[in-house]
Design a protein around this ligand. Structure first.
Ligand SMILES: Cc1cc2nc3c(=O)[nH]c(=O)nc-3n(C[C@H](O)[C@H](O)[C@H](O)COP(=O)(O)OP(=O)(O)OC[C@H]3O[C@@H](n4cnc5c(N)ncnc54)[C@H](O)[C@@H]3O)c2cc1C
Length: 373
């Protein structure tokens, strides 16, 4: 079965991986290079964690995601993941940690309650004041995103998946499963998937309400030298409720010598902007990220900003991913809302099954949106 996949981010590449495994003849159409540094999937790291506030469907999906990543590691013959554990915090007037704990308990995910002294005692680089809730999960960790996208690209090329780079899709005919590229050429197939991330609404304006491209700034920090070892052993940190907060990705050195940095960001959505437009983070955007973390990271003024980057979320208002039928032979996946990387392979497998008529669309769409069993 000939299948076209528009988009070479983690969703498109994972779908291509799963389709190829299932015997399809696959072509990936990517407007940039592969990996595309402007895509949402290409940064040093992305987190995988069970803590999900009240969204229990996604807690369950994380378990399935881990299994799917095992199949990816096996095919890639490398494991591009470091387990860090997860520290889940909420300040006063914020229920996210407590809601996460209820869902973790219901789904039997191991976690421990900490108090403010335990947090400050175990992690001297943190401030325990003003904590209403704190939990620790031994599970959760860092997916080395850029390396994963690069390795998947190499793997797909070796498996004779056609990877068209510098190929921008400008129109699709969903009923016919055909794609028109910017150079005027047309490609036809039996099945079509659009996985265009934050560019979705540019190609498919009808999906704009489900896919807002949101400008998000992340800041890489160099900690004071005496804290470097502590940060290399630290868990990821999530304080991402409605109130002021941030997430922190701890630095790691992998067994084969890959070094990744200490990164902080704000999961709350930013302003709408063109993902193909200006990317340089402004000083006020960097300052806002640092301000969100100052109450929790002791002596933050002693940390040096090593780098700041702009990336784009593809936002659905309730943060629920959307699988849409564009025609009898065409699907789109969008709205990954800043939390889709961890699910790339498991989404890819389910989308491939629907495209190949091996799974039912409605059930898949519910599961994708975090409402599944
Ligand atoms: C700052 C930040 C932090 C995040 N942290 C996490 C995290 O910790 N954990 C987590 O699970 N997720 C996280 N996410 C979300 C995650 O990265 C995204 O959900 C995921 O990468 C989306 O993948 P994608 O394939 O849908 O989109 P993308 O990676 O953006 O891929 C879409 C691709 O389609 C191509 N494309 C678009 N339009 C066209 C066209 N017309 N023709 C040809 N090609 C086209 C683009 O060039 C792009 O390469 C984060 C995102 C950001 C920005």
């Amino acid at each position: 079965m000939k299948t076209l996949v528009i988009g070479g981010g983690i969703v498109g590449l994972s779908a291509a991986w799963a389709l190829k495994r299932a015997g399809a003849d696959v072509t990936v159409i990517e407007q940039g290079p592969l990996p595309n540094p402007l895509g949402s999937s290409v940064d040093q790291h992305r987190l995988i964690r069970y803590a999900y506030g009240a969204q229990r469907g996604y807690v369950r999906m994380v378990r399935e995601a881990y299994h799917a990543w095992e199949r990816v590691w096996s095919d890639l013959r490398m494991r591009l993941y470091a387990e860090t554990g997860t520290l889940i915090l909420s300040g006063a007037n914020d229920a996210w940690a407590k809601q996460s704990c209820i869902a973790l308990a219901a789904e039997e995910v191991e976690h421990l309650a900490f108090d403010a002294e335990m947090v400050a005692g175990r992690y001297p680089m943190l401030i325990g004041d003003d904590l209403s809730d704190a939990y620790y999960c031994p599970s959760g960790g860092v997916l080395f995103a850029e390396a994963i996208v690069a390795a998947l690209t190499t793997h797909l090329r070796e498996r004779a998946v056609a990877l068209l780079t510098g190929a921008k899709a400008v129109a699709i005919d969903a009923a016919a499963a055909t794609v028109t590229l910017a150079d005027g050429s047309r490609l036809a197939a039996d099945r079509l998937l659009v996985a265009a991330g934050p560019w979705t609404a540019q190609l498919l304006p009808d999906l704009a309400p489900l896919s807002r491209s949101s400008r998000q700034v992340v800041v890489y920090l160099t900690p004071p030298a005496e804290l470097a070892a502590a940060w290399h052993a630290a868990p990821m940190l999530l304080e991402i409720g409605e109130a002021k907060g941030f997430y922190l990705v701890p630095p790691r050195i992998t067994r084969d010598g890959m070094r990744t940095g200490l990164k902080i960001g704000d999961h709350r959505f930013g302003p709408t902007a063109d993902p193909g437009g200006e990317r340089l983070p402004r000083q006020d955007e960097i300052d806002a990220i640092l301000a969100n973390a100052r109450h929790r990271i002791a002596g933050l003024e002693r940390y040096r900003v090593a780098q700041a980057k702009t990336c784009f979320y593809d936002v659905e208002a309730d943060e629920r991913f959307q699988l849409r039928r564009l025609g009898p032979r065409a699907l789109a996946l969008c709205g990954t809302s800043g939390h889709g990387f961890k699910f790339g392979p498991v989404l890819g497998e389910r989308i491939a099954a629907v495209l190949q008529d091996k799974a039912e669309f409605d059930a898949a769409a519910r599961w994708v949106a975090g409402h599944g069993a």
